[in-house]
Each structure stands twice: as C-alpha cells, then as structure tokens.
Ligand binder design. Structure first.
Ligand code: ZN
Length: 147
C-alpha cells in the first residue's frame, strides 16, 4: 500500500509541476472559471464540444499542486467523453474524494487523487476543476466558487 501511495504522490507531483493541456484552447465552445477561496486556486477551463462529445479540453490558472494536478488529469480523461460520461465521472470522482466510494474503481488514473479524502481541506482543491467543468457544460458565465 505504501508503494502505491508513493506512486500516487509522484503522479500528483508530476501533473502539478508539469500540467498537461495547459493554456487557452483556440476555438473553444464552452468555458467557465472556478475559484477556491479557501486555498486561492483559480482555473479557467476550456472545452470544445463536437456533437455532444468533448473533442478537446485545456485549462489555465494558478493554484496548489492538488488543484493543478486535478485539472491536468481532468483534461486528459475528458477527451472523447460525451457530456453524460463527463457528468457520471464527476459523480464518481466526487464519491472517491469525499470517501463515499473510496475504491475509485473505473476511474483510471483519477484514482491517484483519492488520498485527499484524508485531508478535508484539500477536497475542494481536487474538485475545483470538476465544479468548473459542470459550470462550463451548463454554459454558466459567472465564475463559480467552492465556498
Ligand atoms: Zn488548493
């Protein structure tokens, strides 16, 4: 278990330091801004939907390693997912980090963020990108806040 935990920390550290899909997405169809005042994390998420499928996703922003890693992993897993798939993943991810369904089964690499459930203050860092995703899909124009 401790090996697994180390691996998870490595993945979070890696994505936090070198986020994937970082930058503005040209020709995006959906976008939203999210803010976690508790930690100071801010992200802007861009999505390009094509026929109800997320063809591309990128993000910009500044935040702690957990929020950055979560947004980076999110943009990686979103590509090729339908809106309904994305909503389902959000539910499963939320259950994972709040401990309602700690197995993380079926979440793939998102599972690495499961450890935040032991640090309630960091749960909002991990879910910020996901709340922002939900706002973007709803075409919500006001910035969302986790508070
Ligand atoms: Zn944070």
């Amino acid at each position: 278990m401790s090996d697994l935990r180390e691996l998870y920390q490595e993945v979070i550290f890696d994505h936090g330091k070198r986020p994937r899909n970082f930058g503005k997405l040209e020709g995006y169809s959906h976008s939203a801004q999210g803010f976690n005042p508790l930690c100071g994390d801010k992200i802007t998420l861009y999505l390009k939907l094509d026929d109800g499928v997320i063809a591309d996703a990128k993000f910009e922003g500044a935040g702690c390693a957990i929020s950055t890693a979560s947004a980076s992993l999110l943009t990686e897993v979103l590509k090729g997912k339908s809106e309904a798939d994305a909503q389902r993943l959000f539910g499963a991810f939320h259950d994972l980090v709040t401990g309602d369904r700690p197995s993380g089964e079926g979440l793939g690499k998102l599972e690495v963020l499961g450890g935040v459930r032991e640090f309630p203050a960091r749960v909002k860092c991990a879910t910020l990108a996901w709340h922002t995703l939900a706002a973007a899909l709803k075409k919500q124009t006001d910035a969302i806040s986790t508070e």
